[in-house]
Design a protein around this ligand. Structure first.
Ligand code: SAH
Ligand code: SF4
Length: 378
């Protein structure tokens, strides 16, 4: 592989047009090549038959269409599919596809590891290695479509929604994430509506303010605590950008949207005995009383290096009830893909011992059945 070649997979329309101009070609070539890459799933210039032979040869010399390398693919009993992807330099990241009726949500990673070290997150525990390139980010959508044979044939399962909720803090890899999200929404690429592309952040406020100027994707804020004292402990970046500053920035984000009906999704990971008590729920009600949001409760997913525990179904249900009684729209995230370590916060980019995994899965199944009796899942 010639490292000097530019990977066209990660270039949004304007940058691809600039590339063609630079090599002395007409900018409309960008439209053609975008469609080949992202509509047809073609990664060889020789197959791009509406380009002249000489242009195809020229492109093959200076450019490439290179999706990330898949090192493993696991299928869960519930239809969730997870890929481990090796990126240049040796790091591993994970991508998860979660089918739900007609909907197919892809959970995409933005960094190898994460520097923000939230106390309940396995990605945080592994530290930060590097940012993913735009090609590596959009490449995750590309390879999911490919794996389901959904390009062109239109027969396979499609990615209808994308959530930037895999490994990493997307706002700390701003430019590449913005380019990749542009491609997700671009009609000549994946054409997913801005409402169905969601960026989740733990609260990098200056970058969120910048995002408000350039993007209209849906916003999820990882709150996890109703006061600064507790949030400082769970989400260390809160010491820099406390809750009131974060909520102000999030409100500004949606106020700037052209579509005035939008709300922020507040994510709240429930950890047994830490932030899952009724008084926390009541404090959350006060905090969010006038804030345009819906709330997504995520029962903590366990992983090896953590002492935290998942709350009981009853505790989740109690917490949920307080919020619902106060008039909030609240969903509880169903755990998906737990048998393949694909649930939120379990993405670590390593191949996990299968025996341990299946033992844990059996235990989780029993737990889950119990929970489902008491909770109306969102
Ligand atoms: N860095 C971004 C996006 C990736 S994390 C963010 O923090 O928002 C995606 C979601 O999974 C976040 O809401 C995060 O708090 C949650 N999460 C992380 N670890 C978890 C765990 N062990 N159990 C449940 N949810 C977890
Ligand atoms: Fe990073 Fe998000 Fe994990 Fe926090 S929860 S360590 S911001 S990936």
């Amino acid at each position: 592989m010639n490292d000097a070649r530019i990977n066209l997979l990660g270039l949004p329309l304007d940058k691809l047009q600039a590339f063609f101009l630079e090599i002395g070609e007409k900018p409309f070539r960008a439209q053609q090549v975008l469609k080949w890459m992202h509509h047809a799933g073609v990664d060889r210039f020789e197959d791009m038959t509406n380009l002249s032979k000489s242009l195809r040869e020229k492109l093959a010399e200076i450019a490439e269409v290179r999706p990330p390398e898949v090192v493993s693919q696991l299928d869960s009993e519930d239809g969730t599919r997870k890929w481990a992807i090796r990126v240049d330099g040796g790091g591993l990241v994970e991508t998860v596809f979660i089918p739900d009726g007609q909907r197919g949500t892809l959970c995409v990673s933005s960094q190898v590891g994460c520097s923000l070290d939230c106390s309940f997150c396995s990605t945080g525990k592994q530290g930060f290695q590097r940012d993913l390139s735009a090609a590596e980010i959009i490449g995750q959508v590309w390879l999911a479509m490919k794996s389901f044979d959904a390009f062109q044939s239109g027969k396979g399962r499609k990615v209808t929604n994308v959530v930037m909720m895999g490994m990493g803090e997307p706002l700390l890899n701003f430019d590449n994430v913005v380019d990749a999200m542009e491609l997700m929404m671009e009609d000549l690429a994946y054409g997913i509506s801005k409402r169905r592309v969601t960026l989740s952040t733990s609260g990098v406020v200056p970058m969120l303010d910048r995002l408000a100027e350039v993007s209209e994707v849906s916003l999820a804020v990882s709150l996890h605590a109703p006061n600064d004292e507790l949030r400082n402990e769970l989400v260390p970046i809160n010491r820099k950008y406390p809750i009131d500053v974060l909520l102000k920035s999030a409100r500004n984000y949606i106020d700037r949207q052209t579509d005035k009906k939008r709300v922020v999704t507040i994510e709240y990971t429930l950890i047994a005995g830490v932030n899952d008590q009724p008084e926390h729920a009541r404090e959350l009600v006060e905090l969010l009383r006038d804030f345009p949001c819906k709330i997504n409760l995520i029962p903590f997913n366990t992983f090896a290096q953590s002492d935290y525990e998942r709350p009981s179904g009853n505790a989740v249900s109690r917490f949920w009830q307080v919020l619902v009684d106060a008039g909030f729209i609240v969903t509880v995230r169903t755990t998906r893909g737990d048998d393949i370590d694909a649930a939120c916060g379990q993405l670590v980019g390593q191949v996990v011992d299968r025996t341990r995994r299946s033992e844990r899965h059996r235990a989780r199944q029993a737990e889950k059945e119990q929970e489902e009796q008491v909770i109306r899942w969102g």
